[in-house]
Design a protein around this ligand. Sequence first.
Ligand code: SAM
Length: 235
Amino acid sequence: LYVEEALAAGADVVLEGSQANYLKNVLRLAEGDQVLLFNGRDGEWRSRLSAIAKRRVTLVAEELVRPQQNAGDLWYVFAPLKHARLDYMVEKAVEMGASRLMPVFTRRTQASRVNGERMRANAIEAAEQCGILNVPGIAEPAPLEKVLDAWPPERTMIFCDEDAGAASAVETLAQAKPAGPLAVLVGPEGGFDESERARLLRLPSVVRLSLGPRILRADTAAVAALTVVQAVLGD
Ligand code: SAM
C-alpha cells in the first residue's frame, strides 16, 4: 500500500478515507494483521494493524522488507490521450519501468488539458500492482517546443516515428547504442507534423525508431517502444 508518511521502525501510519475503507471493508483486516507499506523513499516496510476505528485505521511500521531501489532513469514523453486511454498509457509506462512521465502538447494532441492528480493516482496504483517501490515523477504538461528547447543534451531522445522506414527496432537501437540517459517519445493519434519532426531531428542526441510496418495506436506504441528499449538497452 502506498502512503505519504515517513517509514521507520515504530512509525505510526494513520489511514483514512478510501485506504482505511479498503483495509477495513475490502480486505476485512483485523487488529494484528500485517500490511506492506511503501512511500517511494524508505523502501518497503511490513506494518501491523494496531487500531481500527470508525473512519480510520492505524498501522505501526515494524520491519524493513525491501530496501529502496534506486529508480531506473527512463523518461516517457508523450502526447496525452483522452481519459481511459491516458489511464491505460500511464499504467503501462509505469509497468514498463518509466521513471518520469512527461505529457507534451503537440499540434495534433487531442487532450487540451491533463489531470495531473488523476495521472499520479494511476501511477501509484500501477506501482502498487506491479510491486515497484518508486512512483514515477509526473512533469507539468508543456508544449513540445518548450520541452525540446530545454532538453538536456546528454539525454538521448528515442523518437518513435512511423515514417522512420522499416529498419528493425532491435537493430536500430543496437546500432545506435546511445550512451547516457534515455527518453522515449510517442506522438498523438494524429501523429507529429513536419515541423515537429524536423525540430526533433535537430536534437543533439536522437534516435528515430520504427516499431514495424503497421501504424500502432499511441498507447500500443507506448508499450511496444518501452518494451524494446528496455530489452535492448536495459535501464
Ligand atoms: N501518423 C499516424 C497515422 O497516419 O495514422 C498516426 C500516429 S500513431 C497513431 C501515434 C504515435 O504512435 C506516432 O506519433 C508514433 O509516435 C507512434 N507510432 C505508431 N506506429 C508506429 C510505428 N510503426 N513505428 C514507430 N512509431 C509508431
